[in-house]
Design a protein around this ligand. Structure first.
Ligand SMILES: Nc1nc2c(ncn2[C@@H]2O[C@H](COP(=O)(O)OP(=O)(O)OP(=O)(O)O)[C@@H](O)[C@H]2O)c(=O)[nH]1
Length: 907
């Protein structure tokens, strides 16, 4: 059997590698190859070619067709016809055989399958000849193996063809041995160097072993050719050449950063080259521009690097800013920015430095605006625009007064707490007012007109506690005479001194009522001395101050006091025009559910009539009703008369002036304008108390801020609380009142408190149940009081860190009074329905009317369910309640039942 075999050393030569390498590789791959003489099958040889040719022979086997043996056999048949002629030229016969195989597309490797097919045919014909053929082929192979050695000098292209030719011979051999002429071909000593006809296989290239590639790097040839435009651009502008280009190159280096570094490491020559071109370009461009416009080129990088021009222009602008700038109120961040020629953001930054957070359209106070302007080196001249109200005020001042008549005096009672102001007034009015006041303290300013033994007088009753200082100041300003009530047993107290100061500042004459003179052991001289020390030298001591010894208990000295008032009123010739449209002050005001805004006005001059249009602070409107201080409906009132009016659009502040106007639209304009100004003021005040600001200050660790929201029953109380609480600032805690208003605590208050971390202070007011629930949900602290000094005391203690365990109210339930019954010896019994919660026999009761606390800290005398005394009544049931010492109960009043529990302080 003829099996095509390869020797390792032959294949090694073909592939241009060492035999040893092939042997090692084959052994590594598990082939049975021992040395260079080992034989290889065609498949093995193909594999080795792949291994050592980097895949260049991978397609050889698959792309070749099978050999058609019948066609191959045609050649020997020809030789049969001319045996002698063919045999003589062995070299001619060989190519014929090769040619035949090549025509059939036979490749060297294809010889193997055709050789394999051959035995099937030959076995059937002449099995005996096999041995001879084998011997002949074995003889031929060593010769073929020697051939490469003999053709060493041949070209590389020729060498690989030798085995192909050898294979071709071997393929043809069996075909030829069918005929007697076949041995002639075998005798060919070696194959001639012929090219096979037909499609050519790719010639295997010398094998390459994998490894690092050697790359030849040639030094680039510098382009020294002159650019075509160069001759036309002579270096006629020598001044720009070197320095700017260097600058530019530096700038480019800076700009490109990493690129520059790369170039220095690897491609410096290239870079130099390209730089050279860039420089040339720039030079050319500069030259062109210089030629065209006669000016040098400004290099962009130098502009960027320098930036000096920008700075210069900024400083120039600074210098250009005027020393003084005029602005008109209200001043917004935007308007200030425009006036100062400073960016809005710069203004905002400056405001932030001062702890003020403001937006562009937000108004800032004049003081703050002036400070900001100074930071930019500009003095701010604020042009104060007159408001409509101010115009009206001017008009009223300049009015012609033709009907001037004397008027009765307006007297204000001032003095220390519990020195007997209300009792004295009560005595004068012969009415018991003091007994019904919560906490025993007069809570707000009241105005009363009295007719004492034919003497008409108007009294303003202001509270004596220090918390009401502001109210006293207002009272003193609208009053003609101050009665300084000083208890004979107590003497001059701190608040007495304050009252003196306020009265003297207002240049109001003072009469001292040395009250409680009925008490034993009174040292009058001691008190005279104290009064003298404070600038009030008694007339008994030769001074100007009238001191009247009074007793609210016995009525002693009341006549003398009234006489003293009349005397001073005469001395001061108190007069007013009674015919002109009225003007005066708002003494107090409140919002009621049934009557709307109710305001107490004190008329300074003119006559106020029902139906008049008035402007009072932010409120305006036509007067619907008018009553005197005794509650009697009146149609008109003259100077020095206090009246209670309804019909205003909004709640004015205590101390606001009121003007009687003909034109309602003018009143409206003025009120709206005032409201807008107030809103802007509030906004600018609120900017100090944003959550951001609070955080930053806490982070800074310097100030803790305690934000407060105030709600009170009347405007007077609100004003007093704002004034007094604002003064409670300490180094550790800063009080900020972020909102204050008349009426019950609203949902809006709770929302605001939550947003700004504020505590709500309610004075004589209560929140609606719904509001209370929301506050609890959101963790907002609502603190309710009915005595003002308790608020200040608590806050002071809290700020000093000395809070006692808190006595907290625990609301038990809410009841509605459905009916009232008068029972002899027991007083008024309130027939109530428990709306929610419960009421206990030992509960404390708070009486609420229109969301305002009318009476607090009440005790229950009896609690009955039908006729039975009970310990408690739950919601959904009716009960009868008799409140201890209080009978002023009306149908639809609300009872709040609560108990006091002690809890740890949270303030
Ligand atoms: N013995 C005696 N007691 C008096 C006299 N005047 C007032 N009192 C008592 O002093 C207490 C306080 O009296 P008020 O009239 O409420 O004092 P006030 O100055 O109005 O107090 P405030 O409204 O809280 O500022 C009451 O208990 C009065 O009964 C007096 O002349 N003699």
């Amino acid at each position: 059997m003829a099996k095509t075999q390869y020797r390792v050393h032959i294949l090694a030569k073909q592939l241009g590698v060492k035999s040893k390498s092939i042997v090692e590789k084959c052994q590594a791959e598990g082939l049975d190859v021992k040395n260079h003489m080992s034989t290889l099958t065609a498949g093995q040889a193909a594999s080795i070619r792949e291994w050592f040719s980097e895949g260049e022979h991978t397609h050889v086997v698959e792309t070749t067709d099978r050999v058609d043996l019948k066609e191959v056999r045609v050649v020997p048949q020809k030789s049969e016809t001319e045996p002698s002629g063919q045999a003589g030229t062995a070299q001619e016969a060989a190519p014929a055989g090769v040619q035949g195989s090549e025509q059939a597309g036979l490749e060297p490797k294809e010889a193997q399958p055709s050789a394999a097919a051959e035995p099937r045919e030959t076995e059937a014909k002449e099995a005996g000849q096999e041995t001879q053929v084998k011997e002949e082929t074995e003889k031929a192979e060593p010769e073929a193996g020697e051939e490469p050695e003999k053709t060493d000098d041949d070209t590389a292209e020729e060498k690989p063809k030798e085995p192909e030719q050898a294979e071709a011979f071997r393929v043809n051999i069996p075909q030829k041995i069918d005929k007697p002429a076949a041995p002639v071909m075998v005798e060919v000593p070696k194959p001639v160097n012929v090219k096979p006809a037909g499609p050519q296989l790719s010639v295997p290239k010398p094998a390459k072993l994998s490894g690092p590639k050697v790359v030849r790097v040639e030094k680039p040839v510098e382009d020294t050719r002159s650019r075509p435009r160069k001759p036309r651009q002579p270096r006629s502008v020598p001044d720009f050449a070197a320095p700017p280009t260097e600058k530019l190159m530096d700038a480019l280096k800076d700009k490109k950063g990493k690129k520059g570094k790369k170039s220095s490491s690897g491609r410096s020559d290239d870079d130099k080259h390209s730089k050279k071109y860039r420089m040339r370009d720039i030079e050319e461009r500069r030259a062109r521009l210089a030629a065209a416009r006669g000016e040098t080129l400004r290099l962009r990088p130098s502009r960027k690097i320098g930036g000096g021009e920008k700075k210069k222009s900024e400083s120039a602008r600074k210098v250009e800013r005027p020393d003084k700038v005029a602005v008109s109120e209200p001043i917004t961040v935007k308007s200030l920015s425009a006036s100062l020629s400073v960016k809005i953001t710069d203004i905002i930054k400056e405001l932030m430095k001062q702890g003020i957070m403001a937006t562009a359209n937000q108004a800032i106070s004049t003081d703050v605006a002036e400070l900001v302007a100074l930071e930019f080196g500009v003095e701010l001249v604020v042009e104060v625009k007159k408001t409509v109200e101010e115009d009206i005020e001017t008009e009223f001042k300049e009015r012609e007064r033709k009907n001037i008549q004397s008027r009765h005096p307006v007297v204000t009672m001032l003095g220390h707490v519990d020195h007997g102001k209300t009792s004295l007034l009560d005595k004068i009015r012969s009415a018991s007012v003091a007994a019904g006041e919560a906490g025993g303290i007069t809570q707000h300013t009241g105005a009363h007109q009295v007719n004492y033994k034919g003497h008409k007088l108007t009294f303003l009753d202001t509270p004596g506690h220090a918390a009401f200082t502001a109210m006293r100041a207002r009272g003193a300003n609208m009053t003609d005479i101050v009665i300084l009530v000083c208890a004979a047993d107590d003497g001059v107290m701190p608040q007495t001194k304050e009252a003196i100061n306020h009265a003297q500042a207002a240049e109001v004459p003072i009469i001292v009522a040395l009250n409680k003179i009925d008490l034993p052991g009174v040292d009058v001289n001691k008190i005279y001395g104290q009064l003298a020390e404070n600038g009030l030298v008694p007339s008994e001591w030769g001074g100007d101050t009238e001191v009247v010894k009074t007793s609210a208990e016995t009525g002693e000295g009341i006549d003398e006091l009234i006489e003293a008032i009349e005397l001073i009123a005469e001395l001061h010739e108190l007069k007013a025009d009674t015919k002109i449209p009225a003007m005066g002050w708002v003494v107090e005001s409140k919002m009621t559910q049934d009557r709307g805004v109710v305001a107490t006005l004190l008329i300074k001059e003119g006559t106020l009539k029902k139906g008049d249009v008035i402007l009072a602070g932010i409120g305006y409107g036509r007067l619907r009703t008018m009553r005197d201080s005794s509650g009697k409906v009146i149609k008109k009132a003259g100077p020095s008369i206090p009246v209670e009016v309804t019909g205003l659009s909004d709640v004015p502040s205590a101390g606001d002036k009121f003007y009687c106007l003909n034109d309602q639209s003018r009143a409206k304009d003025a009120a709206e304008q005032l409201k807008q100004l107030e809103r802007e003021k509030t906004l600018s005040r609120r900017t100090n108390i944003t959550l951001d600001n609070l955080f930053s200050q806490i982070e800074a660790g310097n100030v803790k801020e305690l934000n407060l929201i105030i709600r009170a029953d009347v405007q007077g109380s609100v004003d007093v609380l704002i004034k007094y609480l604002s003064e409670l600032n300490t180094d550790e805690v800063k009080i900020k009142i972020i909102h204050a208003g008349v009426g019950g605590v609203t949902e809006g208050d709770v929302v605001l408190a939550e947003a700004s971390g504020a505590i709500i202070i309610g004075f004589n007011v209560v929140p609606e149940n719904q509001v209370k629930n929301i506050a609890e949900e959101r963790g907002v602290d609502i603190r309710l009081y009915n005595v003002i000094y308790r608020i200040t005391e608590e806050l002071k203690d809290a700020m000093a860190g000395m809070l006692e365990p808190d006595e907290k109210e625990n609301i038990l339930g809410r009841l509605t009074v459905r009916d009232t019954f008068r029972v002899p010896n027991a007083g008024t019994i309130a027939g109530c329905y428990v709306n929610e919660g419960l009421v206990r026999r030992n509960s404390q009761i708070r009486l609420i009317r229109n969301n305002v606390v009318v009476k607090d800290n009440c005790k229950i005398d009896s609690l009955k369910h039908f006729k039975d005394d009970v310990r408690e009544v739950k919601s959904g049931y009716e009960c009868g309640i008799n409140i201890s010492g209080f009978d002023d109960i009306k149908v639809d009043d609300q009872f709040e039942a609560y108990e006091i529990i002690k809890v740890a302080r949270t303030l």
